[in-house]
Design a protein around this ligand. Structure first.
Ligand code: COA
Length: 374
């Protein structure tokens, strides 16, 4: 029988999930049945994290308990802090995040326990600690004193506090919170599938998350939000945008922040994120990035029929919020830990080793002839 190759697993349905549904035909996305846009308008990130893990939105008591557990688990060990202090200052924060999760695996008493209860506890610990590890590196490489997490702040407020020593005005925090909700989960994307593949050998959650972080780093996946900002910086000014993007298209360059494996007529998350990017842009009195955004989007749709993905609005939004460019993908990590860990738990609950086949196209069968006999 002829072996049909589906490169990149294009169009292959490999398993079921109850976590999220990506609907390219109507440009829609739901988490546990709730439309993501509605979640953005009505919930804070912690509620959505709870929803992704537990399947339902929390009531007041459940939310209070969940928030208090997250806040209690934010601190990282002195050992991990010291390791981060010794990391080369030029390390990419994605590599720092990956290494930090590996160290957390060494320190966690339940690393090898794959029971549902232990996995839920580990998910919460990884979720609460990764932002702290990243913030420590953010400050250390700038020669600044590390700031400990604060229990009286929300997840997003605390992240700003640990990086910058202050919490910005509520509209900025809200825009950041919305970006985390939109980044939290997205079906069987490459990093989630990586996490599920690692899990399928019955390996542990920390290992699956380190693999997922490595996968997300790539520019065809999460790394695109950093590349978007690098592109906008190269474009320099709105008046240069049209010429720049036309030239890029003529040279058949891949334009970062555009295109998607699943969505072909627009990413369901972009209208919401664009709205919040524009709010940030207005607060920061930015006209430049807003105008570059509009021009690049217009030309890409007109000439290529390719639409922006979520990384296009988050790039300039995070830049205007004050984050270093190489921290954009790590922000994606802190959001996506919720989705990854939910998938890891789902994979454990109904596991089958993931082991596809390959078609051999190498040398034909040949006999061993020792070198000195040739
Ligand atoms: N810029 C320019 N052309 C693009 C493009 C982009 N961002 N995305 C897709 N295309 C073109 C391809 O060149 C290809 O053209 P061809 O048929 O003439 O060769 C066609 O559209 C199909 O693209 P393909 O790469 O086969 O689609 P895919 O489903 O494999 O890839 C991505 C999807 C995301 C990898 C791809 O769109 C991309 O590289 N985007 C930029 C990176 C990015 O923003 N990633 C974040 C994704 S959320």
């Amino acid at each position: 029988m002829a072996e049909e190759i589906k490169k990149g697993l294009l169009g292959i349905v490999v398993d079921e999930t109850t976590i999220s549904k990506v609907m390219p035909e109507i440009n829609s996305l739901t988490y546990r049945g709730y439309q993501v846009q509605e979640l953005c308008e009505n919930c804070k990130f912690e509620e959505v994290a709870y929803l992704i893990w537990h399947g339902n939105l929390p009531n007041t008591i459940e939310l209070r308990k969940f928030e208090s557990e997250e806040r209690l688990n934010r601190r990282i060990t002195k050992n991990l802090t010291k390791i981060i202090e010794h990391m080369p200052k030029k390390s990419h924060p994605m590599d720092v995040a990956r290494t930090a999760v590996s160290v957390m695996a060494l320190e966690d008493k339940e690393t090898s326990d794959n029971s549902a209860d232990a996995n839920m506890r580990k998910a919460l610990r990884i979720f609460a600690k990764v932002p702290t590890a990243l913030a420590a590196f953010f400050r250390i490489r700038k020669g600044k004193k590390i700031l400990q997490p604060k229990k009286n702040l929300t997840f997003s407020e605390n992240f700003f506090h640990m990086l910058f020593g202050k919490v910005p005005r509520s509209e900025i925090v809200r825009a950041f919170d919305v970006s985390l909700i939109l980044y939290a989960e997205h079906g069987f994307n490459v990093s989630t599938f990586t996490a599920r593949t690692i899990t399928s050998s019955l390996s542990d959650m920390h290992g699956a998350i380190t693999g997922a972080i490595a996968s997300l780093k790539g520019p065809l996946h999460g790394g695109a939000n950093e590349k978007v900002m690098e592109m906008m910086s190269k474009i320099k000014s709105p008046k240069n945008a049209k010429k720049w993007i036309n030239k890029a298209i003529d040279k058949k360059q891949v334009v970062m922040g555009f295109g998607h494996r699943v969505y072909k007529s627009g990413d369901s998350r972009v209208p919401t994120m664009k709205k919040y990017f524009l709010k940030v842009s207005k607060i920061k009195k930015d006209k430049k990035f807003h105008k570059i955004y509009d021009t690049v989007e217009k030309v890409m749709i007109k000439r290529k029929g390719i639409y922006p993905n979520m990384d296009f609005p988050t790039g300039p939004a995070y830049y205007l919020m004050g984050f270093d460019i190489d921290f954009f993908t790590p922000i994606f990590v802190i959001a996506r830990i919720t989705g990854w860990t939910a998938h890891i738990m789902e994979q454990h609950a109904s596991n089958k080793l993931i082991r596809p086949l390959s078609k051999y196209s190498g040398e034909k069968h040949r006999k061993v002839v020792l070198l000195n006999q040739r």
